[in-house]
Write a protein that binds this ligand. Structure first.
Ligand code: NI
Length: 260
């Protein structure tokens, strides 16, 4: 069985409160060998710290999602920096712009997006980008901050093939999850067919974005198989090839040893 690396999940979510222990204890036997728990606000950063200290196969990302940037100020920003210095915090994220929900005003989102990019540069960490209905501004701010100097993944990539090309040209990765299995995921299927295999990071965004045939139910890392299966179909290769490449890509991106 090929090893699974779930590059983006939220196991601190309350959807896992009833059975988190049993579920995480069963991951290894289902082939899930590494998980990066991604935080979206200051409280989740603390929860992520607990998970990575508790479970050897867990790593973390520290960052504040655009929706929650309204909670940030100069004092509490230091909490992100302090957490990000933990040896198992392998990235800054998820950070970016979200003009779909607009739950923090756009100037606030932009300000703290740039500040967290500076932090990533200062600490020399890869970055997990969240960008929803903010394609132009996201690209502009990333370029303004230094573009190809960064190592980045565009999480849950939802834009066009043209935009995918822009990001791939800067050396970035694209995060591919359950959406690629959806009937209405045609745009993403095109992107996956177009992009090179060595830039795909497999992700669940658990508990969200559950792949077909479990769409609508709670997502968890072992279901990444269905995502790999669809990518294999689109690229006309085997599922094992997809899983193996995705493992290597994830280790390269998060700077972890490929062996364990
Ligand atoms: Ni997420």
């Amino acid at each position: 069985m090929k090893k699974i690396f779930d590059t983006h999940a939220h196991y601190d979510d309350e959807a896992f409160d009833s059975d988190r222990e049993e579920l995480l204890a069963s991951m290894k036997e289902q082939g899930v060998e590494r998980i990066v728990n991604v935080s979206a606000n200051l409280r989740e950063i603390q929860e992520t710290l607990k998970l990575i200290e508790r479970f050897p196969f867990f790593y973390g990302a520290a960052g504040v999602h655009p929706d929650d940037t309204k909670e940030l100020n100069e004092e509490n920003f230091e909490q992100i920096r302090r957490a990000a210095m933990h040896e198992k915090m392998v990235a800054i994220g998820e950070i970016g712009l979200d003009y779909y929900w607009d739950s923090s005003d756009r100037e606030t989102q932009k300000k703290w997006f740039l500040r967290q990019l500076e932090l990533a540069r200062e600490l020399d960490k890869p970055v997990i980008i969240h960008s929803r209905e903010a394609a132009q501004d996201t690209l502009e701010l990333i370029r303004q901050a230094g573009g190809p100097d960064f190592s980045m993944v565009i999480h849950c990539f939802s834009y066009s093939t043209e935009l995918a090309r822009e990001y791939l040209n800067m050396g970035y990765y694209l995060g591919i999850g359950g959406v690629v299995t959806y009937k209405n995921g045609r745009k993403l299927k095109e992107v996956v067919s177009y992009m090179p295999l060595d830039r795909i990071l497999l992700e669940t965004d658990a508990p969200y974005l559950t792949p077909v045939p479990f769409r609508g139910k709670r997502n968890s890392s072992e279901k990444i198989h269905y995502v790999a299966e669809e990518i294999a179909r689109l690229k006309n290769i085997s599922q094992d090839e997809v899983l193996e490449a995705a493992w290597n890509n994830a280790c390269r991106f998060y700077r972890l040893n490929e062996q364990q």
